[in-house]
Design a protein around this ligand. Structure first.
Ligand SMILES: [Zn+2]
Length: 237
């Protein structure tokens, strides 16, 4: 089925002339902690749009090279070809104007890493008629807003917050807990460093981390992996 974008006649309020404006696009945002299935939900949506005859493209951050660089891969191993980029502004140029014009749907994975997310979504949805599906972390390991993902919520048609399972009790997990003492906001890693946790285990975990940080003896004497095991054991209590 060929894709079809209806053009809508618009009257210029100044000279009364009619011109055609492309139908506006959409912005959908999928957020949640790590291991909540955000990439899986994004891929499902993109595949479904593709099966409906719409032209689709996937973009992910070139910062995240944990899996294949030219594929989006979910934690459970499902793959989809994608563009690995450091910014979104360069996407149109890299793809080419003709190919960009034909695109209907653009998926953006790990959206927290794209500083130009807001402007890209604005232009692509408002002016270029694209449907943009954004998936990313809403919060970092300290539950602070992570990058620009929450900035695009006011642009969005829909916002979906997914949850994971708490690794320690199996309840719904809303937060990403970092099991190490590392303090930088961006520390790209998987289950060796992060785990999804419920509120209670998040709070317990932060207390353990804060106590460990306050103890210079622990910081000096423990190697990181030992500290991590100790944190996990202490949080689970
Ligand atoms: Zn829990």
């Amino acid at each position: 089925m060929a894709s079809f974008k209806p053009s809508i006649p618009v009257v210029n309020p100044i000279d009364g002339a009619k011109y055609h404006h492309r139908a506006s696009g959409e912005v959908h945002v999928i957020i949640g902690p790590m291991f909540a299935g955000k990439t899986t939900a994004l891929l499902r949506r993109i595949r479904s749009e593709g099966n409906n005859g719409r032209n689709v493209a996937m973009i992910k951050s070139s910062k995240d090279t944990r899996y294949a660089v030219d594929s989006v891969v979910t934690h459970d191993g499902i793959k989809f070809p994608c563009w690995a980029l450091s910014d979104l502004t360069s996407f149109r140029q890299k793809l080419g104007d003709d190919a960009y014009e034909k695109l209907d749907v653009i998926g953006i994975d790990e959206a927290q890493f794209f500083e130009d997310l807001y402007d890209f979504c604005c232009n692509a949805a408002d002016h270029d008629g694209k449907t943009i599906i954004v998936a990313g972390l809403d919060g970092d390991y300290l539950r602070r807003s992570f990058g620009p993902v929450l900035d695009v919520v006011p642009l969005a048609d829909t916002v979906t917050k997914l949850t994971a399972r708490c690794e320690l009790c199996g309840k719904r997990a809303f937060f990403t807990f970092r099991k190490t003492m590392a303090k930088q906001t961006e520390l790209i890693a998987g289950a060796d460093v992060y785990m999804p946790v419920c509120r209670q285990h998040y709070v317990n975990g932060q207390l353990v981390i804060e106590a460990a940080n306050a103890s210079s003896v622990l910081e000096c004497r423990k190697v990181q992996s030992e500290s991590r095991l100790e944190v996990e054991a202490a949080v689970a209590i």
